[in-house]
Design a protein around this ligand. Structure first.
Ligand code: SF4
Length: 332
């Protein structure tokens, strides 16, 4: 059993209109998504804004209740619970096992609390005695490479990168089984992004951290993830081991996202081509393959028949009718 198994997850939001707020349609924010995370593994969940990746992570954290599907999680002792359906009362003691690193290190820390109290908060909520809390805070500050003196200072005294280290320390306080990192570097300068990625790599090594790393593009996840899952309009486009996905994508949307990754060679200027066209509206996705209006490889079949996610080679899945025949460009 994997640490986490998400099976056919759906989250649909009703669209209401008129005085009686009658339901006139649905936004299919997540529409049948499946993936797993093994213990000690980092899975990157990638896609443009509105693709449903944040909704998936909110369903795992149970900030939102799934419409249907299963989120099987193994908290400890071989027990398996379904986070999609478990009653709230039983959910409470499980929260310590799934923690979150937030996107915005400025908004996610209480400016009126000292850093030591911020990091100790989850420990306090879970009844850890004060002396143990103090020792654990010092241990966590060292883990995220901040000085012990940070404990008695307020968040405003720290840079964005340092604040994100504080957020990471807080997320790790209870030794969670799974960390959901919601775009943890997208609000930071590029130079600081690299430092936080390096810290996460170090923590993966030291703690055998299991992580769902949510990102809007493929530029930051290459070195931090073992596998990548690419979402498009509420569905999975491709899931593959990271190296294989970058080297030889099997879905045209992944190819387009890779083409938008900035060139690593500083001699080549700026960003490469952004993904052409507009993201489809999840309230009115196009028939057939939702990517077909933007896909340079679309054929007639793509406009009428929705492709299912299929294993295209051992350990690699893609939802594209032409996944076996196209030779798509990756990056080295
Ligand atoms: Fe493109 Fe067709 Fe594949 Fe969709 S199914 S990604 S439109 S080739």
């Amino acid at each position: 059993m994997n640490l986490l198994e998400v099976a056919d997850l759906k989250k649909h939001f009703p669209i209401r209109a008129g005085l009686l707020r009658r339901e006139v349609g649905q936004v299919r924010a997540v529409d049948g998504v499946s993936f797993h995370i093994a213990a000690g593994e980092t899975l990157a969940l990638v896609g443009e804004s509105g693709c449903g990746k944040t909704t998936v992570s909110r369903c795992i954290l149970r900030a939102q209740r799934a419409t249907s599907g299963a989120i099987r999680f193994m908290p400890e002792d071989g027990r398996v619970v379904d986070l999609a359906t478990i009653p709230k009362r039983e959910l409470r003691p499980l929260r310590r096992h799934v923690q979150m690193i937030f996107q915005d290190p400025y908004a996610s820390l209480n400016p009126r609390m000292m850093v030591g109290d911020i990091i100790a908060e989850p420990l306090k909520v879970n009844g850890v005695p004060a002396a143990e809390r103090r020792a654990r805070v010092l241990e966590l500050l060292e883990l995220v490479q901040l000085p012990a003196s940070a404990r008695t200072r307020f968040p405003h005294a720290f840079s964005g990168g340092q604040r994100q280290r504080i957020g990471i320390a807080r997320a790790l306080a209870l030794n969670p089984r799974l960390v959901v990192a919601d775009e943890p570097v997208s609000a930071l300068d590029v130079s600081v992004q690299a430092q936080i990625i390096n810290l996460l790599l170090d923590l993966q090594d030291r703690l055998r951290l299991s992580m769902l790393f949510v990102a809007h593009d493929l530029s930051v996840v290459r070195h931090v993830s073992d596998r990548v899952a690419v979402m498009y309009v509420g569905r999975m486009a491709e899931v593959a081991p990271t190296d294989a996905l970058y080297r030889s994508p099997r879905h045209p949307y992944t190819e387009a996202l890779l083409a938008a990754v900035p060139a690593p060679d500083p001699g080549r200027r700026g960003r490469r081509a952004p993904v052409a066209g507009e993201v489809a509206d999840p309230a009115r996705p196009p028939p057939g393959c939702a990517f077909h209006p933007r896909c340079p490889y679309a054929v007639d079949r793509c406009r009428v028949e929705r492709p299912e996610l299929r294993e295209v080679e051992p350990g690699r899945w893609a939802s594209c009718h032409r996944a076996q025949e196209l030779s798509l460009a990756g990056v080295t």
